[in-house]
Design a protein. Structure first.
Ligand SMILES: Nc1ncnc2c1ncn2[C@@H]1O[C@H](COP(=O)(O)OP(=O)(O)OP(=O)(O)O)[C@@H](O)[C@H]1O
Length: 256
């Protein structure tokens, strides 16, 4: 059965301050990539933490198609990938694979770690200490720690924010291919709207703690969205390969 994730009237409060409310989505299905976009401090990370079960709050989060005993198959990669441990990259990925499972290591576990290292092209840093890595390398290792668990629902909070352009394109293509191949439901927060147009089947826009739009990427990312949500003038144009691209003309002057 294909995994689905559906939110109904979901909210988040920090103390008395409500930062997110009334988030209701259609069923997000395995095989699809949903991008969560919106300005800084809109509530995207809070939404991810709420879905991952790290924060309580009002509303229902319904996860269908996954038996109750394997709900650990919801994996979350936080935005902050800083570390404070003496583990090597390989050890940290193997440990992530064994989290909540039989601690004995099988040949399949080792093969899966090798496969994930290969798919992200980070074999060369496998035996480096985590504290010796660059920011982009840390982000790739953090992604490896989630992929190695073979999740059915994958929540990625800005997984490519520290990566160079080549790595961004490569990693997002890998995530999209894995979503299709493994029927994995992927939800990712991301700021680059051109990358969103390349990989997302669906886009949710969060602004001021509420969901203001949700739909297919090309229907949601419009000049009106650029103006209303991001306060910039811009156009969406099809390139010679018929892909949509965002072209920014400039910021809309803000009143002092
Ligand atoms: N642990 C916390 N305690 C109190 N308030 C918090 C906490 N974490 C986030 N907030 C507040 O919640 C609001 C939403 O923050 P959140 O991190 O969810 O935004 P975001 O959309 O992910 O932003 P960004 O794009 O900048 O990463 C912000 O006003 C922030 O200050």
């Amino acid at each position: 059965m294909v995994a689905t994730l559906q939110l109904n009237d979901v909210g988040v409060r920090y103390g008395k301050r409500e930062v997110l409310s009334g988030i209701t989505t259609p069923a997000l299905r395995g095989g699809e990539v949903t991008a969560v976009i919106g300005p800084n401090a809109a509530g995207k990370s809070s939404l991810f933490r709420r879905i991952a079960g790290l924060l309580g709050g009002p509303g229902d989060i319904s996860i269908g198609g996954i038996p109750e005993q394997s709900r650990s198959q919801v994996c979350y990669m936080p935005q902050d990938t800083s570390v404070n441990t003496v583990l090597t990259v390989y050890e940290s990925i193997l440990l992530a694979r064994k989290q909540g499972a039989d601690p004995r290591v099988s040949d399949e576990d080792l093969e899966t770690v090798d496969e994930v290292l290969g798919s992200l092209r980070i074999e060369s840093i496998a035996f480096k200490g985590l504290s010796e890595l660059s920011g982009g390398q840390r982000q790739l290792v953090s992604l490896a720690q989630t992929l190695v668990r073979d999740p059915e629902i994958l929540l990625l909070d800005e997984p490519t924010s520290a990566l160079d352009l080549h790595r961004q394109v490569e990693v997002l293509a890998l995530i999209q291919a894995l979503a299709r191949k493994r029927q994995m439901c992927v939800v990712l927060a991301i700021h680059d709207l051109n990358q969103v147009l390349r990989v997302a089947d669906r886009v949710m826009v969060i602004d001021g703690g509420t969901m203001v739009r949700c739909g297919p990427a090309e229907a949601v990312i419009t000049p009106e969205l650029l103006r209303e949500i991001y306060k910039v003038e811009g156009r969406i144009e099809r390139c010679s390969r018929l892909c949509c691209q965002v072209i920014i003309d400039g910021p809309i002057a803000q009143r002092a």
